[in-house]
Design a protein around this ligand. Structure first.
Ligand code: CU1
Ligand code: CU1
Ligand code: CU1
Ligand code: CU1
Length: 584
């Protein structure tokens, strides 16, 4: 170090480069079996025969290389959640957005520079596959961390299903589920295990990196009798903010500093409580509040009193957090209103959608279309009628107004960016709303809770040319269509990037066209592009239509019941008629 210093700035630069490592992971994606809740063994998706997949650690300026071999019998795709992927948009991972999925038996290498630090995660971005276990923390260290702490621990939270995600999707995206009731998890897990624990050394400070890797539920997190000092959300460092509890929607991360007591006479519990408001039914078999011990002293079982803090989904207001790196919000150049709702569509399925149009994946990945249909760099038609494409101009300040007409909260995630959250509240936001926005130094993050029948306003600079998915991170909702595609500065993307040839080879291997518009054709011939899954009746409100579809199906079920009863036992016919009337 002394030697280097004496050589001056040039050598320091050399030293920085020399420190930047290549972190190479060889991942064979495999099925294996696991029983993490101790209730039921099931097939899971792991890495190199292991489950859970290994956590990934790297340091800013490193290069991350993930050599993937797909040993599953279905395609896969790997997303590093929260990475900006500046100039490597094609390494982002979402299937049919920035790449063709990796076919069974095929290899693909993800390689990108780590330009960020903080808490992230890596997960499958192919259908609901990450709920089958293909998800793991991605911890990125800074060269010198802003906050001081003695120990760094990762605490993952997940919802756990005994049924495979394809089974859950088949039940959820089904005409017999007109209200869109989501599959209810069977368990909750802290650190992928029903019997995990942590150990605290007295007086030491712990950075706990909380990651909600769930497919569905929001968790409220607390530790009895300990304060949580929030220092990071979604990779953005914030001014130290003491809290009794923090909430994390699916895909959110929060780092907290916790200082251990100078007393080993008591051990304490940490708690992760599911936000039950989002569950359509509350089975007795599900343990909603999960707790694991933090041991100060493993030789005794004296536990500090369990604090019964009453949490709900508004107990933790993340919008009060202030990023360490101050950035004021500026007036947007463009504002896009995105209405969120759920409704039964022409295919008989209750779907989530933006602006009355559910997302349908195109026949060619949108990024491939961007590169191959270069003559239409600033028109959205080539991307297809139902990919929800919005073209963003390079360097515009973009505002998304998220108006949630659904009664439930939804966690919205933007790929390739963090955004500023300048407003959030109840009701519908429009130009006439007299709301004072927070423009001083608003919180930035990559996944935000949008309240039920409320709004959230986010802003970001369109400084990252590429194709970025924006969607609800509840896997059931994403798969039903609650997504749009932001095609950002396509003209600049074409100048700056070239798709690696391995990407077209992968499309060909999977029988997917590597070039062309959303229909796999040239120019503006979009015949055959996925479309036509739309709202059913005009003139009804969304809520009315959902209720109407529910009534029709209830009536059909009622009639079926009458027929069945009549055949099975004529004496029950009268009762069946009464029941069918009740259902209507
Ligand atoms: Cu992401
Ligand atoms: Cu994600
Ligand atoms: Cu959602
Ligand atoms: Cu995504």
């Amino acid at each position: 170090m002394y030697l280097l210093k004496s050589f001056g700035a040039a050598s320091l630069l050399a030293a920085t480069v020399a420190n930047a490592a290549q972190v190479v992971l060889n991942w064979d994606i495999t099925y294996t079996n696991a029983n993490p809740d101790g209730l039921q063994e099931r097939r899971v998706i792991g890495v190199n025969g292991q489950w859970p997949p290994p956590p990934v650690e790297a340091t800013i300026n490193d290069t991350l290389v993930i050599n993937v071999h797909n040993s599953l019998d279905v395609p896969t795709a790997v997303h590093s959640h929260g990475m900006f992927q500046n100039n490597t948009a094609y390494m982002d991972g979402p299937s049919m957005v920035t790449q063709c999925p990796i076919p069974p038996g095929h290899d693909f290498t993800y390689e990108f520079n780590i330009t960020q630090h903080g808490t992230y995660w890596i997960h499958s971005h192919y259908m609901g596959q990450y709920m089958d276990g293909f998800r793991t923390p991605l911890i990125l260290h800074n060269t010198v961390e802003t906050y001081q702490y003695d120990y760094d621990r990762t605490v993952t939270l997940v919802d756990w299903y005994h049924a495979e995600s394809t089974e859950g999707l088949a039940t959820f995206l089904n005409e017999y589920n007109p209200t869109g009731a989501e599959p209810i998890p069977d368990s909750g897990l802290i650190m992928d295990n029903a019997n995990a624990s942590l150990t605290f050394t007295p007086g030491k400070t712990y950075r706990l990196r909380l990651i909600n890797m769930s497919g569905f539920v929001t968790y409220h997190y607390s530790i009895d009798n300990h304060t949580l000092d929030v220092i990071e959300v979604d990779g953005v460092e914030v001014q130290r903010q003491p809290m009794d509890m923090v909430s994390l929607t699916a895909a959110q991360r929060v780092s907290v500093l916790v200082t251990a007591k100078n007393d080993t006479s008591m051990n304490y519990y940490m708690h992760a409580d599911m936000d039950t408001e989002m569950l359509d039914s509350l089975p007795d078999t599900l343990q909603y509040n999960i707790s694991i011990p933090i041991f100060y002293d493993q030789t005794h079982t004296n536990f500090g009193a369990i604090q019964n803090i009453a949490f709900n989904n508004t107990s933790f207001d993340d919008t009060i957090l202030q990023p360490v790196e101050v950035l004021a919000a500026v007036e947007p150049d463009v504002s896009i209103n995105l209405e969120i709702n759920f409704d039964v569509t022409t295919d008989g399925i209750n779907r989530g959608m933006f602006n009355d149009l559910p997302y349908l994946p195109p026949k060619v990945p949108t990024l491939n279309t961007l590169f191959s249909e270069g003559q239409y760099p600033l028109s959205s038609e080539v991307y297809g009628p139902q990919t929800g494409v919005h073209i963003l101009k390079h360097l515009d300040m973009v505002q998304l107004v998220l108006n949630n007409k659904d009664g439930n909260d939804h966690p919205f995630h933007l790929h390739g960016h963090v955004f500023q959250v300048v407003g959030r509240g109840d009701g519908y936001y429009d130009n006439n709303s007299s709301i004072t926005l927070n423009t001083t130094n608003p919180m930035r993050r990559d996944t935000i809770r949008v309240p039920g029948e409320g709004y959230t306003i986010i802003r970001f600079r369109a400084d990252n040319p590429g194709v970025w998915f924006f969607h609800c991170h509840i896997e059931w909702h994403l798969e039903s269509g609650l997504a749009v595609t932001l095609v950002e500065a396509p003209d600049v993307a074409q100048q700056r990037m070239t798709l690696p040839s391995s990407m077209s080879e992968m499309c060909t291997a999977g029988g997917i066209p590597a070039t062309g518009n959303a229909a796999g054709k040239k120019g503006l011939d979009l015949s055959g592009a996925p479309s036509g899954v739309t709202l059913i009746y005009d003139g009804f409100t969304a809520r009315g239509k959902g209720a109407m579809a529910g009534c029709i199906i209830a009536a059909l079920l009622g009639i079926a019941t009458i027929v069945w009863f009549a055949h099975a036992d004529p004496q029950k016919e009268a009762r069946a008629i009464v029941e069918s009337k009740h259902m209507q």
